[in-house]
Structures are given as structure tokens and as C-alpha cells.
Write a protein that binds this ligand. Structure first.
Ligand code: ZN
Ligand code: ZN
Ligand code: ZN
Length: 372
């Protein structure tokens, strides 16, 4: 995150977070390093055993949270006294003690879902009267409601990934005769050339490998007349892209073409369901019912999507069990897939951001199965 982000962005984020936590009946917060801490402070902590924490009380409402950092990293912190107080701890101090001073000594305190066990358990022993609750359980994702500027950033990142997908779909990226790993390396440089700051992940899955949703590109050489699935993303200005398309290296067999029409219809139906007033489960079920109705329910082996923002996977998750309402500011993938193990598979993925009038797609490359 740029160090130039003004204090008021973080003050607004903390105020919104404070309101959501208070509404959930929570009294305090403790975040270890990671994306939530960076979201509220702008500080990207080193993910090491010396804990960096964001800790605070919800009442009184004007209490200032603390950014607690290892002394040897304190020089990296930009002081933002309007947003947080900065406290450092040295190697002869017990950081749990510093954290305990910054949170309430009774009631409920949310902790980041990925806080290290040694810190959670140390704190639990130090403040036995406090109920520690995973933040996801209390309020879902701290970062899940994106501001208009964040939604625009996701759309911009998406358009950069689309540029590379269009290069693949137009045949500009050689496929047949190259290994998946070679093609992935080529895509990595193209993602950067398109303007991404970093590459986050690349899946190139050819032939039978396309039936493995999280295949790691390897030494298999792409053949003529087979499916090749591309799923990749990078980061631009702090926000991630993530898109999937399939191409066929030769004439498309009728069976493959037929299954693809089911997949594309399922993805479109899910995008149409993605609007305020519906639940996340309804988005999943819109895709799932079409695929199951065509007889391929057992071949759609994952949820329909995941939230996205400063991380590629973050809440909210689009599953048939998540009955949470869709809200303006949500951002998530819609990526149904149909897989035939050992043979071939296909997936179609766009990121959408939710506006008042429905889903706005961040990916707009051709959604059809193209022959290259
Ligand atoms: Zn995935
Ligand atoms: Zn993806
Ligand atoms: Zn995805």
C-alpha cells in the first residue's frame, strides 16, 4: 500500500470496523500482522514470530487503538497519531503483556483468523476472563465491503489480466509443443508487461490436467486437439486480478462444445443473481442448479466463488451454505467448473463487484471456448 494514503482513509475504515464489531457485541480487537492490519493502518508487517499487532478497545468510542511492533522494526512504522498510538516491545519484553494492556480485561475480543496459536494461547492464559473469538465468526471479512475506489482498483486489475487472456485467445501465445511451465513463465512476463506490479499465481492445465482445478503447471507438453485451461492473476496498486478461460488446441468436439454451453449458461445465471437483495448461496445455486440439471452436478466439485481484494482469496465465500446477504461493495469471483477426471475439465471465471444495480464484471475477455 502506498505510504501516501491519508489518515482519513484509515480513520473511516476503523470507524466502519468499530461499528460492525459493536453491532456484533464485541468489546475489543486484536489483529496479528497481515492484510487486515495493513488495511487499518497502512503498515505491512514482517510475517515473523515477533508479533506485530493492532489492538484496541471499542469503548469509550474515541479510544485510540495501538499498533504494537517489535522494537527493531519500529523505524519502519509511519507514525499516524490521529489513527493509532505506536508502541514497541523489545526482545526482553513479553509482547503478550503489551497486548493485554491494550485490550479489555473482560468481555469478547475478536482475533484475526490467522493469528499464531502461540500468541492466542499466551493471551488466553494472561486474560482468562476474556472470550477470544475469530473475527470471521463475529463479522465475516473485515475488508469485505469495498469502497468505490477499491472497486475501481479491482476493475483496473481485472482489465490488465484480460489483456493477457486476449493474447492467449488470439493465438499470440504459442501453446502446442511447449510445456505448461514454459507457457506459465511466458504468461508471468506478460502479466507484468500489461501493468501488474506482481504476479500472484498462474495455472496452465492441459489435456487431462484441466480436470484438476488447482493444477500446478509442470513438464507436460501441450498437444494439438486438447483443452487448455488458464487461470491467473496479479496485483495492481494493491488489488488482485483473477480470471479463467479455456481454449481448445484444435477443432472442438461436439461433446466438449455442449458441456461448455452448460458451463457458460451457469456462469451467466450466477452473475445475474449477484445483486443486493439476494444471498451468496443463491449465486452458488444459480450456477449449480443449471450444471446439475444437465447431469453434471457431480463434476462441479468446488464452491462457485471467493471474495477478492488485497488477497486473492478472502471473504465472502460463494457457497450453497452461505446465506449472508449480498451487499453493495462485495467483490467476488464467479467461477463454476465441470471436470471429468483423467480426461478434461473446464472453468469460466470473472470477478464481479456489487453495485446498487447489480454485478459489474471486472473481466471482459471473450467468454466462449475458442479454438486456437
Ligand atoms: Zn482456485
Ligand atoms: Zn482463478
Ligand atoms: Zn478465483
Amino acid at each position: 500500500m502506498s505510504p501516501d494514503v491519508p489518515d482519513n482513509v484509515f480513520l473511516q475504515r476503523w470507524e466502519k470496523t468499530r461499528e460492525r464489531l459493536a453491532a456484533a457485541g464485541v468489546d475489543g480487537i486484536l489483529l496479528g500482522g497481515g492484510s487486515d492490519l495493513a488495511y487499518l493502518t497502512g503498515y505491512e508487517a514482517m510475517p515473523l514470530e515477533r508479533i506485530t499487532a493492532f489492538a484496541g478497545r471499542l469503548s469509550p468510542p474515541d479510544s485510540k487503538p495501538a499498533l504494537i511492533v517489535p522494537a527493531l522494526e519500529a523505524a519502519r512504522v509511519r507514525p499516524r497519531p490521529a489513527v493509532y498510538s505506536t508502541q514497541s516491545w523489545g526482545d526482553t519484553t513479553d509482547p503478550v503483556e503489551v497486548i493485554a494492556q491494550a485490550i479489555p480485561d473482560s468481555g469478547a475480543v475478536v482475533v484475526s483468523d490467522d493469528l499464531w496459536a502461540m500468541h492466542v494461547i499466551g493471551l488466553q492464559r494472561r486474560v482468562p476472563g476474556v472470550a477470544l473469538i475469530p473475527i470471521g465468526e463475529a463479522i465475516g471479512g473485515l475488508r469485505e465491503l469495498k469502497s468505490p475506489a477499491e472497486r475501481d482498483a479491482l476493475a483496473e486489475a481485472g482489465s490488465l489480466a484480460d489483456k493477457v487472456m486476449v493474447q492467449i485467445q488470439s493465438g499470440e501465445v504459442p501453446l502446442v509443443g511447449r510445456t505448461e511451465a514454459e507457457i506459465a513463465a511466458d504468461i508471468a512476463s506478460r502479466l507484468l508487461a500489461a501493468g501488474h506490479d506482481t504476479v500472484e499465481f498462474i495455472i496452465v492445465a492441459s489435456g487431462p490436467n484441466s480436470a484438476s482445478p488447482h493444477h500446478h503447471p509442470g513438464s507436460r507438453v501441450v498437444q494439438a486437439d486438447e483443452m487448455v485451461l488458464f487461470d491467473f492473476g496479479g496485483r495492481f496498486n494493491g488489488y488482485c486480478s483473477d480470471t479463467t478461460r479455456c481454449v481448445h488446441t484444435g477443432p472442438i468436439p461436439d461433446e466438449v462444445r455442449f458441456v461448455y454451453t452448460i458451463l457458460a449458461a451457469a456462469q451467466e445465471a450466477a452473475v445475474q443473481q449477484a445483486r443486493p437483495g439476494h444471498s451468496l448461496a443463491e449465486v452458488d445455486l444459480a450456477a449449480r442448479s443449471i450444471i446439475a440439471g444437465a447431469g453434471f452436478g457431480d463434476n462441479f466439485i468446488h464452491r462457485t466463488g471467493h471474495g477478492i481484494g488485497v488477497e486473492v482469496h478472502e471473504p465472502p465465500y460463494v457457497t450453497e451454505l452461505n446465506s449472508d446477504p449480498i451487499e453493495v461493495g462485495h467483490a467476488f469471483s464467479i467461477e463454476p467448473g465441470i471436470y471429468f477426471p483423467g480426461q478434461w475439465g473446464m472453468r469460466l471465471e470473472d470477478i464481479v463487484v456489487i453495485e446498487a444495480d447489480g454485478a459489474r464484471r471486472c473481466n471482459n475477455s471473450d467468454r466462449s471456448l475458442l479454438e486456437v
